[in-house]
Design a protein around this ligand. Structure first.
Ligand SMILES: Nc1ncnc2c1ncn2[C@@H]1O[C@H](COP(=O)(O)OP(=O)(O)OP(=O)(O)O)[C@@H](O)[C@H]1O
Ligand SMILES: [Mg+2]
Length: 502
């Protein structure tokens, strides 16, 4: 049986402790309802049908579905009218429109009225499954109120931002201050520090908390497609643009858009974002008509945007516009006092999600977790805890359940006896780098032409490309630089073409 939640990344509810979800299919053809039932019904997902828009609205009130899929052409109320009525009552319930060839214009109208997506009949089944999974994920994410109050031990919470350290208290205060405003916010922090979680907390506590929320990872979408994804395009705007397309900004009108990895956006797309922020208008790719929207923007980046501005890779004016309210998420090593709280949180979360009766942790195991440097931050801690849960056999997590990279390191450098204390925030890999540097200095003494920094930089780039099979987006992420910087370095150092790394 296929689990539809495969695309859900965060608050997936499959498994023994799952909550049943409902899809409502509105179509006057019984065959269509039947095929949806056959394709999607699982113990965790039920599919209900309605023969008309009127009946669909009644069913929504009664069944409170998590997703509605409706035909455009039906007897009685049309799909578009049904959509408008659903939107007036519930701005968050995702609605997917189905349309036969030749009626795409209507579907485009539907996207403007906030449909989640539209699909052409006959269905491309993998695409259909992907869209349904994404819509269910969006529905789950929008329902989830992300709490950010310091949580009490006894509280049973589903999802929250855990932390009592001073820097996290500052973050919570800012989220609270932002709740009553529509201001743009910029969230910065290393990978895995919780930027997306914070963006969702800002949204769920904001005045727009009952409207839609759309998250876009700018680094995951090919450069040439990002502009069209965000702003849509007109028919014939470029090769392959066979129909007009409505972008995320239009679709999200009235709601909140989260632009993740904004440092990876090209300069022309940045210009368009700046204009939307300043005047609330933009043009679709290949179009002249200004489109007006009211969207709140929350942006995030794990790279120093100031450096990108200095390198002329990021528009200075956009940077200042985004930087009005800045939330800096400290790396986990700077808030080690939060580690036991997070361990406790993940202990309860995985016990529930994985249905294992693990309720405590051995002191030595907690000490090892607290002493680790966590270069991958909270995400790394979450992954380590999850793996430990899988191998854990009893009711307590033991030191031996933890992976060797956590248990081998006896103590953080700050705690090592007899060693001078490194500066706050110094990475744990310091000692490795020191050894490497000494070896390189020896070479440099022997070879006066050797330029250490460019040589190391070039080697790092080659290693990162090799590691990622030539994927520049991933390689740039590994190196902590923007894709544009990576490209410039690849050219400067004459690094061979990507395909050679595959
Ligand atoms: N303070 C926290 N309390 C509980 N869970 C957290 C906290 N911070 C992060 N997490 C969890 O850690 C994981 C990573 O968080 P998130 O995706 O928000 O990080 P990110 O900064 O956006 O990372 P990236 O830069 O890699 O996209 C998520 O599963 C999130 O739920
Ligand atoms: Mg993220």
């Amino acid at each position: 049986m296929e689990c539809l939640c495969h695309a859900a990344v965060r608050w997936e509810r499959c498994g023994s402790d799952s909550v049943m979800e409902t899809i409502l299919v509105i179509d006057d053809e019984a065959d269509v309802q039947y095929s949806f039932r056959r394709m999607f019904s699982t113990p965790d997902l039920r599919v209900e049908g309605a023969d008309s828009g009127e009946e669909g609205l009644r069913a929504i009130a009664e069944l409170r579905p998590d997703l509605v899929i409706t035909d455009v052409r039906m007897g009685g109320m049309t799909g578009l009218e049904t959509l408008a009525k659903i939107r007036a009552r519930d701005a968050k319930l995702p609605v997917i429109m189905m349309t036969a060839y030749g009626t795409t214009q209507t579907a485009i109208e539907a996207m403007k009225f906030g449909a989640f997506d539209y699909l052409l009949k006959p269905f491309d089944v993998p695409k259909l499954k992907e869209v349904v999974a994404k819509a269910l994920e969006a529905s789950r994410a929008m329902k989830q109120v992300v709490s950010y109050e310091p949580l009490l031990e006894s509280e049973d919470y589903d999802i929250g931002i855990v932390g009592r350290s001073a820097p996290m208290q500052e973050v919570f205060k800012l989220i609270g201050q932002l709740a009553g405003s529509n201001a743009t916010a910029l969230i910065t922090g290393e990978s895995g520090t919780g930027k997306e979680l914070v963006a969702r907390a800002i949204y769920s506590h904001s005045l727009r908390g009952d409207k839609t929320f759309v998250a876009i990872n700018c680094a995951a979408i090919p450069e040439n497609l990002l502009e069209s994804e965000l702003f849509g395009h007109e028919k014939g705007a470029f090769t392959g643009a066979n129909t007009q397309r409505v972008g995320k900004f239009e679709q999200c009108n009235g709601g909140t858009i989260f632009l993740d990895e904004i440092g990876d956006m090209t300069l022309p797309t940045q210009t368009k974002i700046l204009r939307v922020l300043q005047s609330g208008t933009f043009e679709r790719v290949g179009g002249n008509e200004p489109v007006r929207v009211d969207v709140r923007v929350i942006a995030a980046t794990n790279k120093p945007l100031e450096e990108a501005v200095a390198a002329k890779e990021f528009r200075e004016d956009l940077f200042y516009r985004l930087n009005v309210v800045r939330l800096r998420l400290p790396p986990l090593r700077e808030r080690a006092s939060d580690i036991p709280l997070l361990v406790n949180y993940f202990l309860r979360k995985f016990a529930k999600d994985l249905g294992k009766p693990v309720s405590s942790i051995q002191t030595e195991a907690l000490a090892a977790l607290s002493a680790h440097g966590w270069p991958g931050n909270v995400r790394e801690l979450e992954n380590v805890m999850q793996r430990a849960f899988v191998v854990c056999k009893g009711e307590a997590l033991l030191l031996s359940d933890l992976p060797p990279e956590i248990t081998k390191r006896e103590a953080r450098p700050t705690e090592a006896p007899g060693k001078p204390l490194p500066e706050a925030g110094a990475p744990v890999v310091d000692s490795d780098i020191e050894g490497l540097a000494r070896a390189l200095f020896q070479h440099a003494r022997a070879d006066s032409d050797l330029k250490i920094i460019p040589t190391v930089e070039r080697e790092l780039i080659i290693c990162a490309l090799r590691e990622t099979g030539g994927n520049q987006v991933q390689a740039a992420k590994l190196l902590g630089i923007t894709r544009a910087t990576l490209r410039k370095r690849v050219e400067k150092f004459g690094v061979r073409q990507m395909r050679e790394f595959n």
